[in-house]
Design a binder for this molecule. Structure first.
Ligand code: ZN
Length: 138
């Protein structure tokens, strides 16, 4: 069994933002030289998440508007007594911090409309990390 890991970083410019990281993950899979295995994409943050869906400008706005509808920026949040970002934690918790994909014949297996996004929920931030790990056989 082989393992290959890497941490990539992005800067965010909005409080809530979808950053398409698909191409960087495809590069990571290629350079790993692992042919068959599992690729995990994970964020080590409590107010960021990983989302998989279509990168279409109307739809990415729909996602951001749905996040505001489900997790309004302002609300009667207990966490805001010590911080000002309860909505960010809640959205991150429900979207999830990681996604996994099969790697078959050296390629990440995903649907044509499945792009991979780093979701900023409490930006802007100078640095958001995404930890990539691929485990399998070469
Ligand atoms: Zn907080």
């Amino acid at each position: 069994v082989a393992a290959y890991s890497k941490t990539l970083s992005w800067r965010s410019t909005q409080r809530r933002q979808l950053i398409d990281i698909t191409n960087d993950i495809l590069d990571f899979v290629r350079e790993s030289r692992i042919r068959h295995g599992i690729c995990q994409v994970s964020v080590p943050h409590a107010t960021a998440a990983i989302l998989v869906n279509e990168n279409e400008s109307g739809l990415t706005r729909d996602f951001l508007e749905k996040m505001e509808a489900l997790f309004p920026t302002q609300g009667p949040y207990r966490h805001n007594a010590i911080d000002d970002n309860a909505d960010s934690h809640l959205a991150a918790g429900f979207i999830g911090h990681a996604r996994t994909f099969p790697v078959v014949d050296g390629s990440l297996v995903r649907g044509r409309w499945q792009n991979i996004f780093l979701v900023e929920l409490d930006g802007p931030r100078a640095r958001r990390d995404v930890v990539l790990q691929l485990i399998g056989e070469q």
